[in-house]
Design a protein around this ligand. Sequence first.
Ligand code: DAH
Length: 338
Amino acid sequence: MQAELDKVYQKARSEIEQAKNIPELLNLKSKYIGKKSLLNKLMKQISSLPKEERPEFGKKLNIAKNKIQELITIRENQIQEIQYKNELKSEAIDVTMPGRKRKIGNLHPITLVMQEIEDIFISMGFDVVEGPDIEDEFHNFDALNTPPDHPARNLSDTFYLDNDILLRTQTSTVQIRTMEKYQPPIKIISPGSCYRNENDATHSPMFHQVEALVVDEGINFVDLRDILNDFVKKMFGDRIQTRFRPHFFPFTEPSAEMDISCVKCFGKGCNLCKGTGWLEMGGAGMVDPNVFEMLKIDPEKYTGYAFGLGIDRIAMVKYNIPDMRMLFENDIRFLKQF
Ligand code: DAH
């Protein structure tokens, strides 16, 4: 029986030392020292020993049982430590790993150009004001000295929402809203969306203008020319020239269209300027006294200039965009480039 006890003990020891996890260890515990264990079986056989050997063997059995319990505790600690280390390893942070790049959007080219235009005019002392996209005929036409039979009022150009309510066709509406509220001196720009029923490579039903209005005593056409010259050089570079062609707008007198020398060929003629050497930028002029009178500003005392530039055209020229519709198609591959 002594030999059998030794054998059981050795087997228990080697199996416990090789146990890989806690459940396995619990199984071994019940196998060797539990109620139905091998040691208990030996305990029951004690009565078959000669009387004088019984206490001695009982002691040995107890010692073996305690030792096995001890081995189990040791192994249990080892297993827990290994599991803990593995856990730490799997949760470890490698601070040398490159971070995951967060996908962030970028500003639309129109927004970028608008912000640049605003910054330039703010640096020249202008305030930035806004007006509504949905307007009435008074602000879009009447107050801008545009008679009822003017072709621009035609349904084919203007999006009417109701009898007298429309989507503004120009940011010039904000001139009126500003002069309704404030007496001169006035020095504002107003960027925003405009709407007209047209759609091709150089026209979009929704487009953008920046309006400017300066009213004070003694304002003249030279002031207008100077401010536009300064703006154009700040926006496109020192080499760019401006030129003014006589034109007609109902709300300015005299009126002009402003061109800049081509930003690509500097006036020699290329595909961008269609060989002319010039690019159209917008309309300008001296505020018509009729407009002042309608808004109760004294035309004998005050003069003013106004202009409206096409922001989409500026963006197209600046970023070499061949078709205006690309600006509004929302193609991510296009928009990501800015
Ligand atoms: N509103 C005009 C247009 O849409 C542009 C314009 C011309 C604005 C002359 C002005 C101006 O302020 O004085 O074509």
